[in-house]
Design a binder for this molecule. Structure first.
Ligand code: NAP
Length: 257
């Protein structure tokens, strides 16, 4: 059977463990026929290289710190060592210092740490889009991951503000890249057990809310629904959708209580 990503070349940025949403996305993308490249940065790169072997087909692992101008400048050449262009880019990246910014630290979070969170988690969508733009043709798709930033959550604190920035960044990118035929969308996932989630003090209280309120129910260990939505947005199945946020949260966002 033909896959929805047959023949597509996809970069998934932000894969550390096999618990990463990026890993589930890379896996489903490969199962749907894509040629996948993955990236990560710094000390975890060695882990990513080992984890890459667990994918159906071992992808090239690129080094990309989204805050490093040299990495961003060199990304096109790194990608071209493996493929001659890209049809899709996944931004699965976020960071906020859990000790100073999250878990009830909203009123005391220092600016330097907030600036870092916003740069890594929001501004970097623009950085990644511009770094890969020379590789992207008409019909290509950029997809990022958010945690619904239209409301305030317990524990999420400055990461919520960074996600609001990401959501807005995605709309402005949709505006400015539309003329090149590049779509930009986000998937708003419910809480999933990943390294990033475990680092947030009190995140389990949020997870608890999902067990009672999501009308479809919610399995925080099942990353596949989120990965499938990302891949659907990468595919040709959403040719006229840009600046959108697709919720993959068991329907939680639509409930008042
Ligand atoms: P994850 O496995 O920890 O993935 C986050 C990735 O961001 C890691 O690979 C991390 O690398 C990378 N990263 C951090 N700083 C970076 C930098 N400067 N340059 C490049 N990469 C950097 O956690 P995840 O939950 O899958 O997160 C993926 C995305 O989904 C994030 O945007 C997250 O906010 C979003 N999301 C998660 C949930 C959830 O409940 N888990 C819900 C909704 C949305 P290191 O591991 O090396 O630091």
């Amino acid at each position: 059977m033909a896959g929805i990503l047959d023949g597509k070349r996809i970069l998934v940025a932000g894969v550390t463990m096999d618990s990463s949403i990026g890993f589930a996305t890379a896996k489903f993308a490969q199962e749907q026929g894509a040629t996948v490249l993955i990236s990560n940065f710094g000390r975890a790169l060695g882990i990513t290289r080992r984890i890459a072997k667990r994918l159906p087909s071992e992808p090239p692992v690129l080094e990309l710190d989204v805050t490093d101008p040299e990495h961003l400048e060199g990304l096109e050449a790194q990608v071209r060592e493996h493929v001659d262009g890209l049809d899709g880019v996944v931004h699965s990246i976020a960071f906020g210092n859990p000790e100073t910014l999250l878990g009830g630290k909203f009123l005391t979070g220092p600016w330097d740490d907030v600036a870092q969170a916003v740069q890594v988690s929001a501004f970097s969508l623009k950085s990644l889009a511009m770094a890969t733009k020379p590789l992207l043709g008409a019909g290509s798709s950029i997809v990022g991951l958010t945690f619904d930033a239209s409301v305030a959550w317990p524990a999420y604190d400055w990461m919520g503000v960074a996600k609001a920035g990401l959501e807005s960044t995605s709309r402005y990118l949709a505006r400015d890249l539309g003329a090149d035929g590049i779509r930009v969308n986000l998937v708003s996932a419910g809480p999933l057990k990943t390294l990033a989630a475990k680092a947030i003090p009190g995140f389990e209280d949020l997870e608890e809310l999902w067990t009672t309120r999501a009308p479809l129910g919610w399995d925080n260990k099942d990353h596949e629904p989120t990965a499938k939505a990302v891949c659907a947005l990468l595919s040709d199945l959403f040719p006229a959708t840009s600046g959108e946020i697709v919720h993959v949260d068991g329907g939680f966002h639509a409930m008042g209580a």
